[in-house]
Write a protein that binds this ligand. Structure first.
Ligand SMILES: C[S@@+](CC[C@H](N)C(=O)[O-])C[C@H]1O[C@@H](n2cnc3c(N)ncnc32)[C@H](O)[C@@H]1O
Length: 221
């Protein structure tokens, strides 16, 4: 994450609690994709990892409501302990035994040791938060987190924006085949311009890579 962002990452989640906001709309798309993964996943245990998971508004509600939720072992890595506490509280109150919430640096592959290879990788709110210079390394390293045929759900800003195009190209180079790409835009109350966002799904059709714990994908915020 970039050192220049003095964002309060707990407060950042507040628009999830509004009736309609860019984050609620984005969340609906992300959850559609996670639900589709769970709907079609093969029988047996499922592994999920979430990079910079925040409060896990995307994954935890689905693990609670979906019949396959109990089959999931998830590793959520989040740097801000307040967000991790939020997620921990939700997981505990729903008795989700398979969810492992780690307060730590998701930029290191080693943060996911013991939770790999994952069939579902969540990179939501990641690419537009880390330094642009870290995006290529991060994408190129994602196969280290993946099982063969893994699903990646990712988000970024506006669809036509350079970052989104770059992520799509880099994913293809890293062995991912794009499955879905959705764009949305919502104008927050009081704002003049819409906030645009993209939610993509990609399947690892190329080979996974062996995880190397010391590999750094992105720097601390
Ligand atoms: C844009 S938010 C996205 C949160 C969540 N994935 C979502 O989409 O709702 C970015 C999150 O990354 C966390 N973060 C920042 N640097 C991190 C790091 N090095 N490792 C893990 N999490 C980090 C922040 O605390 C924040 O919760």
């Amino acid at each position: 994450m970039t050192a220049s962002t003095a964002l309060d990452w707990y407060a950042w989640h507040a628009p999830y609690d509004e009736l309609v906001s860019p984050l609620t709309r984005r969340l609906a798309l992300v959850q559609d994709r996670v639900r589709a993964f769970l709907d079609t996943a093969p029988d047996g245990g499922l592994r999920v990892v979430s990079l910079a998971a925040g409060q896990s508004r995307d994954l935890l509600p689905l693990l609670i409501e979906h019949p396959r939720g109990a089959d999931v072992r998830a590793r959520l890595v989040e740097l801000d302990p307040r967000n991790a506490d939020f997620a921990e509280g939700a997981a505990l109150s729903a008795r989700l035994a398979g969810v492992d919430i780690v307060v730590g640096d998701a930029g290191l592959v080693g943060a996911f040791t013991g939770a790999l290879p994952a069939g579902l990788v969540l990179a939501c709110g990641l690419f537009d938060t880390i330094s642009p210079g870290d995006v290529p390394t991060t994408v190129a390293t994602l196969p280290q987190l993946c099982a063969p045929g893994a699903t990646l759900v990712w988000t970024a800003g506006a669809l036509p924006a350079p970052l989104t195009a770059t992520v799509r190209e880099l994913l293809a180079e890293a062995g991912f085949t794009e499955a879905t790409i959705d764009a949305g835009a919502v104008t927050p109350d009081g704002a003049d311009a819409p906030v645009e966002f993209t939610v993509g799904t990609a399947i690892l059709t190329g080979p996974p890579a062996s995880p190397v714990a010391e590999t750094r994908m992105f720097q601390l915020r």
